[in-house]
Write a protein that binds this ligand. Structure first.
Ligand code: SF4
Ligand code: F3S
Length: 112
């Protein structure tokens, strides 16, 4: 079992989650983060930290696609372990529907 980041993170990218992860298993894309499912120890502390409610346990129904996306891009994107400033319009993007189709970027972020 693991936790996964969903498209609610896209263009919000608050990064509060990375500060609390005890095993540093978040990876940074251009406009969202993902979790490496094989590194996540399923502690759950990141879930309530996300202001966008973008983090879910993979025991919830319908998260298979997010698990696939997290697995794929955590292998390609750089590790991120420290909080950084969110995008200027992060609050406006919070709760917007259909962000995967509209805004997902496969490009890597900067990491740290
Ligand atoms: Fe890290 Fe725990 Fe969140 Fe997994 S559940 S990503 S180990 S904080
Ligand atoms: Fe994304 Fe939430 Fe972390 S918006 S960067 S999953 S705090």
């Amino acid at each position: 079992m693991t936790y996964v980041v969903t498209d609610a993170c896209i263009r919000c990218k608050y990064t509060d989650c990375v500060e609390v992860c005890p095993v540093d298993c978040f990876y940074e894309g251009e406009n969202m983060l993902v979790i490496n499912p094989s590194e996540c120890i399923d502690c759950g502390v990141c879930e309530p930290e996300c202001p966008a409610e973008a983090i879910l346990p993979d025991t919830e129904s319908g998260v298979e696609n997010w698990l696939e996306l997290n697995t794929r891009y955590s292998a390609e994107w750089p590790n991120i372990t420290q909080r950084k400033d969110a995008p200027a319009d992060a609050d406006e993007m919070k709760g917007v529907e259909g962000k995967l189709e509209k805004y997902f970027s496969p490009e890597p972020g900067e990491g740290d």
